[in-house]
Design a protein around this ligand. Sequence first.
Ligand SMILES: [Cu+2]
Length: 456
Amino acid sequence: MSGTRRRFFQDAAVLGAGLFGLRETLHAGTPESTLQSPRENENGRHPPYGSHGPHPAQARAVVRDHALPMVTPDVAALAHEMDGGIKIFHVVAEPVKRKIAPFKTIDAWGYNGSCPGPTIQVQQGDRVRVVFENRLPESTSLHWHGLELPIEQDGVPYISQKPVAPGEKYVYEFTVHQEGTFFYHAHSAMQEMMGQIGFFVAHPENDYKPHVDHDYGLILQEWAVLPSNTVPNTAAMEFNWLTFNGVSAPMTTPLLARLGSRVRLRILNLGMDHHPVHLHGHQFVVTGTEGGRAPDSTWCPMNTVLVGVAQARIVEFEAKYPGAWMIHCHLPHHMMNSMMDLLRDRQIQTADQTEAKAMSQMESLARSVPFQHAHPSPVASNAESVPGFPQDAFMEMGMDEVVEKPETYGLPKNWSAGMMGMMTMIRVLPDREYEAILSKKKSASPSPQEDHHHES
Ligand SMILES: [Cu+2]
């Protein structure tokens, strides 16, 4: 690689720095204060999930809501009210602006200002009422994926109910007799691909064994958003943005685990592709599926689990080894952001690549990223004489400061350059470091347990 070209990339990175502020709100559509926090998992026993604390009407529920709540990083929890013994949730389908990367905000559809929708958690045995309102420009419904309920609650347009027209409300009510990891979604294919999906977790009447210290949820989604566009192309068959809980790495908030703790990770997929999700440095067992808990005689050691479309896979592991361990889809094209294949001129191509052409592509890419970023890894001086070059060179964009948050504290410099697409990490931390991040979180966010509440 010529010195001129190398300098360009350095210059381009600096050039981008002044265009916009370095710091922007990281979570469009999901106010920072409502995001769920790993701190909630600290003591193992908590106030009822989705509530602001004990409320007289909740007294009965408090007794039953003993489970460790699942935390969905970057996605809010949905608060509930009690009406007698019934848990009431308000769900609003509506368009959502979602910042999926520091330099990319899309026009998705979701629920209650969030995409994916806010996480609903109940207790096995609960009577649940969902007051649903449609603020989309077209009809929709809510389907309760995996739940065994009366047909009139199944949420399928024309088959089990009249579609909910724009501006209309619809009330779902059912008793949850199962335990497990379920989801709610629009039962309309294109609406699903616009982002209309959320977790519906039913905690078991009797705690799962063994006990876990951390319970995390990840929703896998795919988006086809052409350059300079904000609206996903839901008819596309290939995707250039891949997200965990509505954000692409390095914007995904790292999961935290205390060294020696046991971790549950619930992975849910509602897209067009199956995703082999891989964990570094540890073995896990699959303890359940979208159908509920699996008998422990079926558990076998793995470190990659294929999460098919419409499936959930629940894995558990002992966080034995300190470090920042990747959790990512292992499909190579799902480990990238803004895949160039959708550009007219591909960055990676098998035809001759002239330096001028590469320069102009890299320049437009660098200019499209409105903040300082670094391409930290060196390339050989003869790189351009090697057929196939460049592959990963220049795709990495270090942007540590832009995605900085308490959970990233202490990561090695340029860590963000190694994170793209469907990736996050679990930081397995010895006590002192774990506590240090928790206290940073505390001071960064005065009320992280405050739940997203939609004003209707
Ligand atoms: Cu994938």
